[in-house]
Design a binder for this molecule. Sequence first.
Ligand code: NAD
Length: 251
Amino acid sequence: MGRLDGKVALISGGARGQGATEGRMFVREGAAVVLGDVLDDQGKKVEAEIRANGGKATYVHLDVTREADWRAAVATAVQAYGKLNVLVNNAGILFRSKIEETSEADWDRIMAVNVKGVFLGTKCAIPAMRQAGGGSIINISSTAGLVGAPGGTAAYTATKGAVRLFTKSTAVQHAKEGIRCNSVHPGPIATDMIKDVLENKAQWEQRLRRLPMGRVGTPEDVAYGVIYLASDESSYMTGSELVIDGGTTAE
Ligand code: NAD
C-alpha cells in the first residue's frame, strides 16, 4: 500500500531538483503525477524515466507566470488521470543581490515566478480539487520565508514570506471544502539552485557554521515531508508550516 495510492498530483518545477525527486517519490507511493516546467528536455526525461519504471507521469510545458499554462496543466491532469488531488507549488528562482543592487526588473521577475506563480497555480487548481471532493496544496517556501537573510537575498526573502501568508489565507478560505494548504520551509538543499554556493569552498564553509546539523539537505529530506502533506496522514493539518532545515532556524 502506497501512502498516495490513487492520488493525482501536479508538481511545478518538476524537471529537476526537488520537484523531480518529489515526482519520482510520489509515484513510488502510488500517485500519478503531472510535472510542469520550462525545462522541456529535462522534464521529458523525468517523465520517460518514471514511465520506464512502470509509473504514471506526464510532462507539460508550464511557465508558472502564465495563467493559460496553468489551466492547460490542470486540464492535462484531469484528462489523463481523471482528477486532481494534490498541487505542489515548487517552481522557484533565486538570485543574490543586495537591495541597492537589485533592479526593478529583477524584483518584478522573482515576484512573478515565486509569488504570482503560486497564486495562479492555486487559483487554477481549486476548481478541480473541489470537483474531486477536496485536495492538498503544498507551497514550497524556504527558511528565507521565516527569517531575514544577511547574504543579500532580500527580494527572494520577500517572495518566500509572501508564499507563507498566501498559504494561510488559502487554508482558511478553503478549509470547509476539504482543500488543505500548507507551506514547507527547507534550509539549504543540494540542487542546481545553490550549486554556486556549494561549489565555493570558502562560502560553503561559512554557511556550514550556521547549520547545526553540519550538512546540506537532500531533495529526499524535503520530499518525505511533502509526501506527508500530500497524503491523508496530514488530514487535520492546514495553514501550517513544515520546517525542514537541519536546525538552521532553531538557533
Ligand atoms: P532548482 O533550481 O533545481 O529547481 C527549480 C525548478 O523551477 C527548475 O526546474 C526550474 O526550471 C523551475 N522554474 C523556474 N522558473 C520557472 C517558471 N517560470 N515556470 C516553471 N518552472 C520554473 O531548485 P530546487 O532547490 O529544486 O527548488 C525548488 C523550490 O525549493 C524552489 O521554490 C526554491 O525556492 C525552494 N527552496 C530551495 C532551497 C535550496 O537550497 N535549494 C532552499 C529552500 C527553498
